[in-house]
Design a protein around this ligand. Structure first.
Ligand code: FE2
Length: 395
C-alpha cells in the first residue's frame, strides 16, 4: 500500500530536478556606528537563516559593519577599530560559513560611505573605504565565484562587479548614496549597460542585481526623514536611469536594503508594461514601518529559490522563528508618486516557498543529495518532494 501511494504521488505531485538553487539574502546587520560589535538580533537572524534553510549562496546587500562614523574620539586609532569591525564580520559571518557555502557583499553606506572619485572625504570615511577595499581584496581569491569581466569596461571590485554562480548572473551594485543618483554613476552605468550585453549575461538563466540603497520608497511617510532615503534620479523615466537599464537589460530581480522594511515588489513600467521585481529586505535588528503601516515590520531575511522551471520564488522570513511573513501582510501596492510606473506586490506564486521549506520534513541539503543519487532517479531522473519525504521515512 505504501508503494502504491508513493507511485501515485510521484505521478501527480510537482517534479524537482537537480539544479535547484537556494540563495539567502540578509542585510543591514550593523549596530551603533564607530564600534565593532553586532546587535544580538543580527546574529540570531543570520544563524536562523543558515540553520533552517542552508542556502547555497548568501548575498549581503550592504550595511554589514558599523562605519559612517561622523566623529571619533576614542583612544584606539580609528583605523584599528575599523579593522576590528571587519575581523568581527569575518568571524561571525564570512569565514564561519565559507567552507559550507559562498558569500558576497554589495557595499552599504555604513561599510564604505560614498566619496566622489577624485575628491577627499571626511577622515573617518576615508579610513572606512580603505578598510573595505583591503578586506575584500584579501578575500577575492577565496570567494569561490566565477567573475565576469566586460571587455572595454573595467569593473571596480569590490564596489561594483559581477559573477556567475549556478547559471545565475549576480550583479553587485555600488549604491551607497542615500539620495539622487547611484554612486560613481557615469562609470558604473556604462559598465552595467555593457555587462548586460555580454554573452555571459545573455546566457544566464537568471539575472539578479543587488545593491544597498533602493530606487523607490517602501516606508510609510510617518517614519520621517528615512522615508526619503532612495535614489530618485534612478527611477524609470529619468535620464539614463538605473531602473530602465535594469529593465531593458532583462534583469529579473533587484535586491536592496537600507529601508529596513520588507516588500516583495514588482515594478511595472507603464509605457511598455515591462517588469522588474524589487525585493526590499527586512532589517535584522532595527525595523521600520512599511508603507501603510503604523507598527514596525518584522526583523528578518529572505530566501530566493530557483524552482525546477527556472522560476524564482521569493519568501521573507522572521529572524528568530524562520517562519514566512504572510503574503497578506504586504500592501497590494505602494504609491511611489510616479506616473511612469506601478509598484505592486509580486504575484502570490512568486512569493510562496516550495513545500519543502514549509514542512521542513527533509533538510534541503539531504534532499538534494538524494536527488543526485542514481538509485533515487525514479521518474526519468526526476523525483517529487513528496516522494523524497516518503523515502526519508522509509530509511
Ligand atoms: Fe544603509
Amino acid at each position: 500500500m505504501k508503494k502504491l501511494w508513493l507511485g501515485v504521488t510521484l505521478l501527480l505531485s510537482p517534479v524537482v530536478q537537480a539544479d535547484l538553487l537556494r540563495i539567502g539574502a540578509i542585510g543591514d546587520l550593523n549596530g551603533t556606528e564607530c564600534q565593532a560589535l553586532y546587535p544580538s538580533n543580527s546574529i540570531t537572524s543570520f544563524e536562523t537563516m543558515i540553520s533552517k534553510y542552508s542556502p547555497d549562496h548568501v548575498i549581503f546587500p550592504g550595511d554589514v559593519v558599523h562605519g559612517e562614523c561622523l566623529s571619533y574620539s576614542g583612544n584606539e586609532p580609528y583605523r584599528s577599530v575599523v579593522a576590528r569591525m571587519w575581523a568581527e564580520f569575518d568571524r561571525r559571518f564570512f569565514s564561519k560559513e565559507r567552507a559550507s557555502r559562498t558569500l558576497a557583499i554589495a557595499p552599504g553606506n555604513h561599510d564604505a560611505p560614498y566619496i566622489a572619485p577624485g575628491t577627499r572625504g571626511r577622515e573617518t570615511f576615508e579610513v572606512e573605504n580603505a578598510a573595505f577595499k583591503t578586506f575584500w581584496l584579501a578575500k577575492e581569491k577565496d570567494l569561490g565565484l566565477d567573475r565576469v569581466f566586460v571587455p572595454g569596461h573595467e569593473d571596480n571590485y569590490p564596489f561594483f562587479w559581477a559573477y556567475l554562480y549556478e547559471k545565475v548572473l549576480f550583479v553587485v551594485l555600488h549604491s551607497t548614496k542615500s539620495s539622487g543618483s547611484i554612486s560613481d554613476a557615469t562609470r558604473q552605468k556604462a559598465w552595467l549597460r555593457a555587462l548586460l550585453k555580454t554573452p555571459e549575461a545573455q546566457a544566464a538563466e537568471l539575472r539578479l542585481a543587488y545593491g544597498h540603497v533602493p530606487p523607490y520608497p517602501v516606508l510609510d511617510p510617518s517614519v520621517g526623514s528615512k522615508y526619503s532615503a532612495f535614489l530618485k534620479s534612478e527611477q524609470s523615466g529619468q535620464s539614463n536611469a538605473l531602473v530602465d537599464i535594469l529593465i531593458d537589460g532583462n534583469v529579473n530581480l533587484l535586491v536592496v536594503g537600507h529601508s529596513h522594511a520588507p516588500y516583495p515588489g514588482e515594478l511595472v513600467r507603464q509605457k511598455d508594461q515591462k517588469r522588474l521585481k524589487i525585493l526590499s529586505l527586512p532589517c535584522s535588528h532595527s525595523p521600520r514601518a512599511l508603507y501603510s503601516k503604523t507598527a514596525r515590520s518584522d526583523r528578518g531575511f529572505a530566501i530566493i529559490q530557483r524552482d525546477e522551471t527556472g522560476k524564482m520564488l521569493i519568501s521573507i522570513k522572521n529572524y528568530s522563528t524562520g517562519k514566512e511573513i504572510p503574503y497578506d501582510y504586504y500592501p497590494a501596492s505602494i504609491d511611489v508618486k510616479s506616473s511612469a510606473v506601478r509598484y505592486q506586490r509580486i504575484a502570490r506564486d512568486g512569493y510562496k516557498s516550495l513545500a519543502i521549506t514549509q514542512n521542513a520534513t527533509v533538510p534541503y541539503s539531504h534532499a538534494r543529495a538524494l536527488v543526485m543519487k542514481p538509485d533515487y532517479a525514479l521518474v526519468r531522473g526526476k523525483v517529487s518532494w513528496f516522494g523524497l519525504r516518503a523515502m526519508r521515512r522509509r530509511e
